[in-house]
Design a protein around this ligand. Structure first.
Ligand code: IPE
Ligand code: IPE
Ligand code: MG
Length: 256
């Protein structure tokens, strides 16, 4: 077996003061609203204000990539009214903040299975994605109808159709495809391959789980769990998480 050069980007020990890519599992909207005696949907509506605050703060910090988990592949299990409300809220947010994203030179991208989203959501996303494509102050990656496992499976299907040579025998085709398969070649087929691995993953709402978010990209993420519900999460809370990140020593499997 050939000896493989280690991937130096993964084996270095790095102490970066700032993460390049921060991801949020924006959880707790429903519980926050219920505690106030309001419907769960009120929490989702108020949560949009936190989205804007955190996008602005991330940009002010000079962090280049922000991923926001807005709707999971499992969230379709919720009541039809809540799902409809959330889909409408995506459209409302993108329309309302179109000028905000453009005037702040923020690029918007999407992760997840676009095809299964309602057409109006697809259209609005495509418009904002196209009209912000040249910006580079911050990339905001909206994870909508996103599941980490689903992303990996869809990536594998794309990888296979690009790497299975036409006309060769079944066995020869599989042999060629598996010899082309490695972490780098495979990750090029993820939803947004130009985004670096997740450095810091923050979950609000008190639960300590990943809930199918960025399974591939979070292999070496630092994890930070906040008790705050998403609608009450503030820039001061973000500062706490960034301070936590600053004090981590990342070894990536190496030694210090
Ligand atoms: C997060 O808040 C938003 C979405 C998952 C769409 P929740 O709706 O999960 O709120 P809780 O966790 O039930 O409080
Ligand atoms: C994770 O929150 C998904 C999003 C924040 C979009 P959930 O509320 O769906 O996760 P579980 O069900 O508590 O794991
Ligand atoms: Mg939740």
């Amino acid at each position: 077996m050939a000896f493989q050069e280690p991937d130096s980007s993964r084996t270095d020990t790095r102490d970066s003061a700032l993460p390049s890519h921060v991801g949020f599992i924006m959880d707790g909207n429903g519980r926050w609203a219920r505690a106030l005696g309001k419907p769960r949907t009120f929490g989702h509506q108020e949560g949009l204000k936190t989205v804007k605050t955190i996008v602005q703060a991330t940009r002010d910090h000079g962090i280049p990539f922000l991923s926001l988990y807005a709707f999971s592949t499992e969230n379709w299990k919720r009541a039809a009214d809540e799902v409809r409300f959330l889909m409408d809220l995506v459209v409302i947010h993108l329309r309302k903040e179109y000028d905000f994203y453009r005037s702040n030179h923020i690029r918007v991208v999407h992760s997840g299975d676009m095809e299964k989203l309602p057409l109006k959501v697809q259209k609005e996303l495509e418009l904002v994605i196209t009209d912000t494509a040249s910006f580079d102050s911050l990339t905001v990656n909206l994870a909508i109808n996103y599941g980490g496992r689903d992303e990996i499976l869809r990536a594998f299907k794309r990888f296979a159709s690009a790497n299975l040579p036409a006309g060769s025998s079944h066995a020869e085709g599989l042999r060629q495809m598996s010899s082309a398969l490695n972490e780098q070649s495979f990750s090029a087929y993820l939803d947004y391959p130009n985004i670096p691995d997740l450095d810091l993953l923050i979950r609000t709402g008190g639960e300590q789980r990943i809930s199918n978010f960025m399974m591939w990209q979070s292999a070496y993420s630092e994890l930070f769990f906040s008790e705050k519900m998403w609608p009450e999460y503030s820039t001061a809370d973000l500062e706490l998480a960034l301070e936590f990140f600053k004090n981590r020593q990342r070894r990536f499997g190496g030694t210090s």
